[in-house]
Design a protein around this ligand. Structure first.
Ligand code: ASP
Length: 341
């Protein structure tokens, strides 16, 4: 039987209903175990964040804590499950995909839309399947999906390709630009040809430094010069994720191109990613993206906003003042986060 470490960070999945007041509150480890008695039938140890967090409060220090726990327990377990709130799960999964370089074991994020302690909850289902996936091995005894993933409802996705798409339905996540790595029905059907494998000769490397001097600008018709200027004038700003229209287009207003070019000249790294859920930036396809190219804005291809923001933080944390290295690595597919052609 595979041995799995379950890291409880918080979110709806770790909540129970108070029998007296009816209010939802975070469960402690014992109450959580009692809510999922099936955990006694699998080889799972639990580490719980204290306090458990709503994922709106998860930040880069929390990512570092999660990644460090995986790193410190790496040899003792076959796989890892991280129970996490759904709201920012895609950011955390993206961040950990960069922080755990050369990962050879599964790290499966999961959560739920209804608390574990409520009768109709999706928590048990999600958790138990995530645990099975984290421990799943092929005939050679190798992990089937040695990546950072999100398992939710009946799909396993590469974590850095996901976006939370639904606050109501059980299928809360989607991966618009990359197919699921597995589907769970009566059987779990894996798609090994879609899995990103790290070089087995390389050891796991932990990166915990993140530089949060990044900004996200979403373009919209009518966006004004003072708004863009003030964001780009933010003291210490190093990187910008620029959400552009369609295949990477922007208003052709002279002031916008000038402000972006000036920011690039000052060493700020700007990356264009499309506001569309599906598809990729194609710089130069329309005249309305030529100005961005000339200003020195980079293409984010088909990356998600979550993966781009966390990749910028990770690269600035890792590369320090070497902006050219950051730019080079932004144009590379580091762990399956984007498709280059
Ligand atoms: N607000 C909760 C969280 O993200 C929602 C959830 O877990 O689904 O922590």
């Amino acid at each position: 039987m595979s041995k799995v470490l379950l890291l409880l960070t918080g979110g709806t999945i770790s909540m129970v209903q108070d029998s007296r007041t009816g209010a939802l509150r975070p469960a402690d480890e014992r109450t959580f175990r009692n809510s999922v008695p099936e955990l006694n039938d699998v080889d799972v140890d639990i580490i719980a964040f204290a306090p458990l967090l709503d994922s709106s409060d998860v930040n880069p220090e929390c990512w570092a804590k999660m990644a460090t726990i995986v790193y410190d327990h790496y040899d003792a377990y076959d796989g890892f499950v991280i129970a996490h709130g759904t709201d920012t799960m895609s950011y955390s999964a993206s961040a950990l995909s960069f922080m755990l370089e050369n990962l050879q074991k599964p790290v499966v994020f999961t959560g739920s839309q209804i608390p574990v302690g409520v009768l109709r909850s999706d928590a048990k289902e999600n958790l138990l399947t995530a645990i099975e996936i984290a421990g799943a091995k092929d005939e050679e005894g190798e992990s089937i999906v040695p990546e950072v993933t999100i398992y939710f409802e009946d799909r396993l996705f590469r974590g850095n390709r996901t976006t939370k798409r639904n606050a109501e339905h059980f299928s809360a996540f989607n991966s618009y630009n990359y197919p699921p790595l597995a589907k769970a029905g009566v059987h779990i059907t894996y798609q090994p040809h879609l899995v990103h494998y790290s070089d087995p000769k390389m050891p796991l490397v932990l990166h915990v430094e993140c530089d949060t001097n990044v900004a996200l600008i979403k373009l919209f018709p009518g966006i004004t010069e003072p708004v863009v200027r003030s964001v780009l004038a933010t003291p210490g700003l190093r990187g910008v994720a620029l959400e552009t229209f369609g295949s990477g287009n922007a208003p052709t207003a002279e002031w916008l191109t000038r402000l972006l070019a000036d920011a690039v000249q000052r060493g700020i790294v700007i990356v264009s990613k499309t506001q569309c859920s599906t598809g990729s930036v194609e710089m130069g396809r329309y005249e309305t993206s030529v100005g961005l190219m000339q200003a020195g804005v980079l293409s984010g291809y088909d990356i998600t906003t979550e993966a781009l923001v966390t990749k910028l933080m990770y690269l600035f944390g890792e590369c320090g003042d070497d902006t050219e290295k950051v730019k080079t690595l932004l144009q590379q597919n580091l762990c399956g986060e984007m498709t280059l052609d």
